[in-house]
Design a binder for this molecule. Structure first.
Ligand SMILES: [Mn+2]
Length: 423
């Protein structure tokens, strides 16, 4: 059986995460590998614009990689019919040594279980001259029944359990079956920190990483894997290089997605994270995609910069990432807008939403970068007792849980290292 590889970006996906994982899965598919793109969360407006512009259907949402009961169930445990005779039931148990109960169905629908002990009792009764009952008289409800969509790790260590899909009988599950189920193969794009990976990665197998972020320290694998890290402005630049290395021409729509990712991550080459390589890749991609970088780029950034219909709770979670420093977790969200006036006017409301987010999740702090694409500057606001850390990190006086940072656009290069080293 070919082993499918799930290619995914990070939680709260941005345009790079969605587009680079999509294009990398496409490259693998073109190389004859069974790879599918998945996404770790809802699309933002900018990404939606890019996908619609290049007529690409978004990849399916995956909320976790836990092994599901349906993936580990033994489907070959034939059930007993409700209309069966007790002789049939006895035969069933002799064919299924070690099974304490027989699943019983009525027209394919799960009807309950017949216990080995109950059957034995019944035969003992016949010796004393009692009439034999039928299977249907001995059947009773199972105490615990699993659904195919349940998580395998919830199956108790001891015993076997019936698995259903709705009312339909599917088979039998045990903890050993779950342990023996094949792990999903996952290829990470644009992230490597545990907190940013789709839940349940411990029950899956990481087979590769393409990323341009700091190495978050928690990544551990059982076997050697493909690793491609470079300090460039965008994962899409690396995916573009992988197409070239493979000698495979980039499909027009994939070129459009990769270009969108570079424009997004580098804020149209304005971010200090942007390298000559990102620019060169973007130019090549724009030629294949058939768009003008500046015109398309501004249109796409504008689509993403419109936060007027987002609630304060949504704004403070926009493009949010969790980070770990000194064993404590903090979050940094970012909104990139053409004009920061509207957002700064509601600063207190946003601070309240940040504090709620921080307190609800027991974070050390929650930050929001309000970044102006036009001014190339960021107003960094935050909840949490961080005046000292923030003041030290940016060598600025903190006023009202805010610092103004001219020239700062990049979270990963101009905010995260500074905070981490000041914690
Ligand atoms: Mn990226």
């Amino acid at each position: 059986m070919a082993e499918r590889i799930y290619v995914t970006g990070h939680k709260s996906p941005d345009t790079d995460s969605i587009c680079s994982s999509y294009a990398l899965a496409k490259l693998k598919e073109l190389q004859g590998i069974d790879a599918v793109p998945v996404r770790a969360g809802e699309l933002n407006k900018e990404t939606t614009f890019a996908l619609e512009y290049f007529k690409v259907t978004p990849q399916p949402l995956v909320t976790d990689f836990y092994i599901k009961v349906g993936e580990a169930v033994h489907r070959d445990v034939e059930p007993l019919a409700l209309s069966a005779s007790l002789k049939d039931a006895a035969r069933w148990f002799s064919d299924h040594e070690g099974h304490d109960f027989a699943p019983v169905v009525n027209d394919g629908k799960f009807a309950g279980i017949l216990e080995r002990g109950a059957l034995a009792e019944e035969f003992i009764r016949t010796v004393t001259g009692n009439e034999l009952d039928l299977v249907k008289d001995l059947v009773h409800d199972a105490e615990t029944v699993f659904s195919t969509s349940d998580n395998g790790h919830d199956v108790p260590a001891e015993g076997r359990y019936v698995v259903v899909d709705g009312t339909e009988y599917i088979g039998v599950i045990c903890a050993a079956c779950v342990a023996a189920a094949p792990k999903k193969k996952v290829f990470l794009v644009d992230h490597n920190e545990k907190k940013q990976i789709i839940d349940g990665i411990d029950e899956a197998e990481i087979v590769g990483v393409v990323d341009h972020h700091r190495i978050g320290g928690t990544l551990e694998t059982d076997a050697p894997i493909f690793i491609y890290f470079r300090p460039v402005g965008c994962s899409a630049t690396m995916v573009t290089a992988l197409y070239e290395e493979a000698g495979i021409s980039i499909p027009q729509n994939m070129a459009g997605l990769l270009l969108s990712a570079i424009i997004s991550d580098t804020v149209l080459f304005r971010s200090p994270t942007c390298t000559a390589e990102d620019k060169a890749a973007a130019e090549k991609l724009a030629a294949v995609a058939g768009v003008d970088i500046k015109a398309y780029g501004m249109e796409m950034l504008k689509a993403g910069a419109n936060v007027s219909d987002l609630s304060p709770d949504e704004i403070v979670r926009n493009d949010m990432k969790e980070f770990n420093g000194n064993g404590q977790t903090f979050t940094v969200a970012q909104v990139q807008v053409m004009d920061t006036t509207d957002l700064l006017d509601q600063k207190q409301t946003l601070l309240n939403a940040l504090e709620k987010l921080r307190a609800d999740n027991d974070y050390l702090a929650s930050f929001l970068m309000i970044t102006s694409i036009i001014d190339e500057a960021t107003n960094l606001i935050f909840a949490g007792n961080m005046d000292g850390v923030v003041g030290k990190a940016f060598a600025k006086d903190v006023l009202g849980n805010e610092v103004y940072l001219p020239g700062v656009m990049s979270r990963k290069k101009q905010v995260i290292p500074q905070i981490l080293s000041s914690l």
